[in-house]
Design a protein around this ligand. Structure first.
Ligand SMILES: Nc1ncnc2c1ncn2[C@@H]1O[C@H](COP(=O)(O)OP(=O)(O)OP(=O)(O)O)[C@@H](O)[C@H]1O
Ligand SMILES: [Mg+2]
Length: 231
């Protein structure tokens, strides 16, 4: 790895392992991701894709190894700085993690409220993102009354509303029909074109065919099997 690569790296993993009890979900992962890269993480069910995204989002702690985000070592970041750091990430969880007692609008608006944005901006921005994900008509609905695909689109809207510089999307099209899946993919690619670093995890290799130029990182059984450039 040369100096130039280091300078542009936004995410660096050094010998990262993650253990759940006796199960090693990630084994000795070393990875360097550059600012603005489009990464497709593939691999079979149980390979460790979600675990990889969750440790980057700080939703899970690593068992061994180090993670640097923009040169900052996650292990050394004070808890008071964590919310600020997390705001740089937008995450689409595989199981959505929407708040069931809050409306679609409120679920998405919460991100901007936590960031201290002005009410007028919040209203405009939330409705704009819901429009692009095709969910504006359901803005008053509660998540449990939505279909899986609709909840997924709200989860995507929530992940991008804060204009994060890093988008982590875990199976973001898993509950969608092919047309809506393509729309969500196009939507994420727009953010990539505007400079965001995008990581999509999916076991659906068909998605790869419709993604932009980027890097496919194939993991199996917790280790990186292969990385390939997608042309
Ligand atoms: N909270 C947890 N507690 C115990 N084991 C876990 C936990 N989370 C993940 N695992 C285990 O770690 C391994 C990797 O899981 P992970 O969810 O990262 O896989 P995945 O590649 O995302 O699979 P899928 O394609 O099915 O979503 C699996 O064997 C899983 O059972
Ligand atoms: Mg998963």
């Amino acid at each position: 790895m040369n100096e130039t690569q280091n300078k542009n790296s936004i995410i660096r993993l050094f010998n990262v392992s993650k253990r759940f009890g006796g199960k090693l979900a990630l084994k000795d992962i070393t990875l360097d991701i550059e600012q603005g890269e489009f990464i497709f993480i593939s691999g079979p069910s149980g390979a460790g894709k979600s675990t990889l995204l969750k440790i980057l989002y700080l939703a899970e702690k690593v068992s061994e190894g180090q993670i640097l985000i923009d040169g900052m070592n996650l292990a050394r970041i004070s808890s008071s700085k964590l919310p600020l750091l997390r705001r740089r990430f937008g995450m689409v969880f595989q199981d959505f993690k929407l708040i069931p007692t809050r409306t679609v609008y409120e679920n998405v608006a919460l991100v901007l409220e936590a960031a201290g944005e002005k009410p007028a901006y919040i209203k405009k921005k939330v409705m704009q993102v819901l429009r692009t994900t095709g969910m504006e008509k359901k803005f008053k609905a509660l998540p449990p009354t939505l279909s899986g695909g609709e909840q997924q689109r709200v989860a995507v809207a929530r992940a991008v509303v804060g204009e994060p510089s890093i988008i982590l999307a875990d199976e973001p099209t898993g509950s969608l029909d092919s047309k809506s899946a393509q729309a969500v993919l196009d939507f994420l690619m727009e953010y990539h074109k505007n400079g965001a670093t995008v990581l999509i995890a999916s076991h659906n290799l068909h998605l790869l065919e419709s993604t932009v130029r980027g890097r496919n990182i194939e993991i199996s059984d917790g280790t990186i099997n292969r990385t390939a450039t997608m042309l």
